[in-house]
Write a protein that binds this ligand. Structure first.
Ligand code: FES
Length: 123
């Protein structure tokens, strides 16, 4: 059993409201991959970057996950749509599944991630 500790992801000001997400490398029971953190309605939210339709990365370009209106996370491959605050599928071929959420917190101008059994630092 590993005791995880909080890891720094970025400065808070690097996450613009509905802006580009920050990607980071992870390992997981499904293998190595990436995750991302973005700001939506003022809060930081983080998910494993793996679509629930087909296990592929979802960004349109690196760090670009939201639709043009900034309302949903939309997978670039077939358009599965997820709620940015819960990761729940809200449309498209993800069929009621949810993105795997990661625990993040903001403290004193820094965004922190607490790894767990779903995702831990790569390497
Ligand atoms: S792989 Fe994401 S919608 Fe198909």
């Amino acid at each position: 059993m590993t005791d995880w500790t909080w890891l720094r992801l970025c400065d808070s000001h690097e996450l613009a409201e509905r802006g580009r997400a920050i990607r980071f490398a992870i390992d997981s029971p499904q293998g190595a991959g990436s995750a991302f953190v973005l700001r939506w309605r003022g809060r930081a939210h983080a998910y494993i970057n793996r679509c629930q339709h087909i296990p592929m990365e979802m960004d349109w370009s690196p760090g670009q996950f939201l639709d043009e209106a900034g309302i949903e996370i939309v997978c670039a491959t077939h358009g599965a749509a997820y709620a940015p605050d819960t990761g729940r599928c809200v449309g498209g071929p993800c069929r009621g599944r949810s993105l795997v959420a990661l625990r993040v917190e903001e403290r004193e101008g820094t965004v922190w991630w607490l790894p767990d059994a779903n995702a831990w630092p790569a390497g």
